[in-house]
Structures are given as C-alpha cells and as structure tokens.
Design a protein around this ligand. Structure first.
Ligand SMILES: Cc1ncc(COP(=O)(O)O)c(C=O)c1O
Length: 474
C-alpha cells in the first residue's frame, strides 16, 4: 500500500500533465498581469477569512483547482500597479531555473552535491566582484537572503577585526557596530544574535536628507570607545529601505580605514546599481568595502531567495566559520572553492547560481543595467508627478525607485494628517487595484512606493494619484 501511494507521488505522466497545465496557467497569468489587462495587483482578504478558506479547501476543495486558487488569492507582483515591497517580478526564465533547482534538489554545500551549481556560482561571484571594482583577491558566495548575508558579513568582520577570537573563546568584552538609524532592521537583529545587545548597536542619526550623518561618526566612535566598547564594523546602507536614500560610501570607507574597522555595504536593494551606467555613482566608494551584499531577488529579476555576499579579501569568507585562524589554513583548504558550504551559514542551499547564470547567458549583463536604470528613472518620474500635484508632498527627492510621499490637507494637525494617509493606504489595500506600502519618517506617516515592474508607466502613476484623490473626497 505504501509503495503504491509513493508510485503515485512520483508518477512521471502526472508530473508532465500537471507541469504543462501549470505552465499554461502561468503564461495566461503573465499575459494578463504584465500589461495590466486585469484590474487588481492584490486580491485582499483579511487573515481570518483567508485562513478559513484554506482550512475548508483542505477538507472539501477540488485539488484540480489548487494551483489556480493559490495564484488568484494573492499578490501579483507582475502587475504594473504592484508598487509595494522590494521583491522583483521574476523574469519568467528564472521561474524555470527555480523548477530545475527544485527538481534536482542538489544541496550544493559539498561539490559532489552540486557540481554544476558550485562551478556556476564561482563564475557569478567573480563576475560581480569584478563589477564592484574588487581585485583578484576578492571572492564570496551566494546565500539565502540579505538578512542572512548581513549576519554572515558581520560574523566575518568580527573574526577579522576584534582583538579576541570570539568564535573560539566566546565574548570577552563589549563589542559594537556603527550603523545608521535608518538601516534595515535585519542589521539590528544580526547584531543582537551576535550578542552585542543594546550597547553594541551604535545608531548614528541621519541628516535631513536621510543619509547617515557623517559629521557624527568620530563623535559616536569616541563615545563608544570611552564606554569600553570595541567597535569592529560600520555599515553603509545602499540604499536604506524606508527612503531609498544612499549613505555616503566614500566617506564611510575613509572613516573605516582610518580607524581600522570593517566596512560593510548593505546593498541588498541598490547594490545592483553596479550594473547601471547612469546610476553607478550612487555606489561610489563601494569598491573600498570589505564586504558587500546584493540581493538577486530585489533589483535583478530573480525569484527569492538569492543573495550575493562578496568580500574584498576572499580569505575572510573562508575564515568566518573556520576553527583555525586564516594563516593556519592549508593550501588545499585555500583552494577549496568548490565546497561552498564551508563558507555559508546554511548547509543545504538551492542551486541559486543558475538564475544569475541563465540571465547572463541569455541576455548579457546589459539586462541588469536596463532593469535598474529603468526602475530608478521611473522613481524620478513618479516624484515629478507628485511634485506637480497641489495636495501631495514628497518626503525626499528619490535616489532610487523608492519614493515616499503623502496627501496633505490644510488645517490638520500632524496626528490627523497621519490618520488621513493611514486611511488612504488601508482603502487602497482593500480595493486591490494598486498595491503600495507605507512608512513613518520622524513621526510623519508617508505612503511609499517601490517601482519594481519595468512595465509600470506614467499612466499607471497618474491613475494612482487620481485614485488617491477620489478616496480622499469620499
Ligand atoms: C537594505 C536591506 N537590507 C536587507 C534586507 C533584507 O533582505 P532579505 O529580505 O533578502 O532578507 C532588505 C529587504 O528589504 C533591505 O532593503
């Protein structure tokens, strides 16, 4: 009986039939969504009702409808009115590379469990390091998301910089990192996982332009040192998540060098700008970083999760989880690039390198330039539209495809004003035609868009503005 059931699970004719049917469904989905032929970017349902639906479906639903239901009852990132979180509408070919990775299910950590993917990953890493402007000593790996990559980079920094070897001896004294108050929350989380606690997370305020206030770096470092904190790293956001504003990486690089601390660039979102001729300047100074994070699933048209973590000196990547000091690694260990699990936090990981490699092979590196440049241009265009609207206010001139703005009514205090924008966002969510998000900047509530879809146009932006105006009037 068991064997029979399992034979059914692995039945290749079923796989073939289901696969073709799913591809047909997804093709129609793309045709429908990419150009906005269907109305909604999100099918909003409240969590309790959604839970109820799926409980019922498990008992009574027709399995023939399963994939279709999953698709219909969720958020549609390929819709041009999807202007929400920073996840890319994957290039369709990368859905196929995902399928390939899932079916082969090679663990990749050791060479024998991912020969092609380990070799492919090596090529991709060298390619990105070269684009950053690193020299031949550089290296790195792909890992499961920006959050994990930031944690791994900080573990490498601690191993490389602190006086005591915490990896072997445990924490002896209070360690710390410096980071903008606007950095992504995962940096804070990484620091706490590493046992740095409140004291060890030295938050540097931002300027009125929302980049790290470089005038305060010396002071903040001195204050920390006076408290006996050994600061071992500083993080530059490229850009920060809420505002899309880039820190001055050139300045931070100089500061880090002067004080012998590790310089890490969180380019999870905007690191892909290394490919954009027009916007490469947003990353000036990145070539001096000790480590850099770039998410493939944000600005590079790949499915989640795939993140590149690059090191100026590859030996630091190899030393992170090693029991030995780097100078004790044997030559053979140094050459051991093909067992990538020695350097990654995860053991098993999917064959994520094949997304990068396939895009590169089929479309060339210009495809990354095209995507980043167009999306950033669209961010500027949206800002121009908002600026020209009397009752709308831009939080900041955008430096990327992230734009914060709000509706402003005369004679309201700040709480009432915030209330208006909270209500607008909730109504948009429930309506579903557009999907946008929100953020709070210095206690002011802003609506926030991230243009992720290269097929979003001026008309979509204008329709969003018209919709918001109509919501306010009702
Ligand atoms: C600047 C920045 N760093 C890190 C992350 C976390 O990356 P992931 O979602 O890949 O873990 C994000 C996600 O939005 C981000 O914007």
């Amino acid at each position: 009986m068991h064997k029979k059931l399992l034979e059914q699970v692995y039945n290749t004719s079923n796989f073939n039939a289901n696969g073709h049917e799913l591809i047909d469904q997804l093709t129609s989905h793309l045709e429908d969504k990419l150009n906005g032929n269907s109305r909604n970017a999100i099918q909003w349902n409240n969590p309790a009702n959604e839970l109820q639906f799926w409980n019922d479906f498990l008992k009574n639903g027709d399995s023939k409808n399963l994939f279709q239901e999953i698709n219909q009852r969720t958020t549609h990132i390929h819709h041009p009115n999807y202007l929400g979180h920073q996840v890319s509408p994957p290039a369709p070919i990368t859905a196929l590379t995902s399928l390939l990775s899932s079916l082969l299910n090679n663990g990749t950590a050791v060479y024998e469990m991912g020969m092609s993917s380990n070799a492919i990953e090596r090529i991709i890493i060298e390619f990105i390091c070269d684009k950053i402007g690193f020299n031949d000593n550089a290296g790195g790996f792909l890992t499961s998301g920006g959050t994990l990559a930031n944690l791994t980079a900080l573990l490498s920094a601690r191993k490389a910089v602190t006086k005591k070897n915490v990896w072997r001896e445990g924490s002896q004294n209070q360690l710390g990192i410096m980071v903008s108050e606007e950095a992504h929350y995962c940096v804070d989380r990484a620091a706490r996982i590493m046992g740095l606690g409140d004291q060890g997370i030295i938050k540097v305020p931002v300027t009125n332009e929302y980049n790290i206030n470089t005038d305060l770096l010396d002071l903040k470092l001195k204050e920390a040192q006076q408290k006996g904190i050994e600061v071992f790293a500083i993080i530059g956001s490229a850009p920060s998540t809420a505002t899309g504003i880039f820190d001055d990486l050139e300045y931070i690089a100089k500061f880090a060098k002067e004080h012998n601390i590790w310089f890490h660039v969180d380019g999870a979102h905007g690191g892909a700008g290394i490919f954009s001729k027009k916007y490469r300047h947003t990353l000036n100074g990145i070539q001096h970083a000790d480590s850099v994070v770039i998410d493939g699933h944000k600005m590079m048209m790949m499915p989640a999760l795939t993140t590149a973590l690059l090191f100026k000196d590859e030996n630091n990547a190899k030393a992170t989880f090693s029991q030995k000091a780097d100078y004790l690694l044997s030559d053979s260990e140094h050459e051991d690039w093909y067992n990538s699990g020695k350097r990654t936090f995860e053991c098993t990981k999917n064959m994520m390198g094949i997304h990068w490699f396939t895009l590169l092979k089929l479309y060339g590196e210009e495809v990354f330039d095209a995507n980043v440049t167009l999306l950033y241009d669209l961010g500027s265009l949206f800002a121009d539209i908002i600026k020209a609207e009397p009752n709308f206010e831009l939080a900041l001139r955008p430096m990327s495809n992230i734009v914060c703005f709000r509706y402003v009514l005369p004679n309201l205090n700040i709480d009432e004003q915030n209330g208006v924008n909270i209500k607008i966002r909730q109504q948009l969510l429930e309506d579903g035609e557009f999907y946008i998000v929100q953020t709070k900047l210095k206690n002011v509530h802003f609506l926030r868009i991230t243009v992720m879809n290269p097929f979003t146009t001026e008309e979509h932006f204008k329709a969003l503005v018209t919709k918001i105006k109509a919501l306010v009037l009702h």
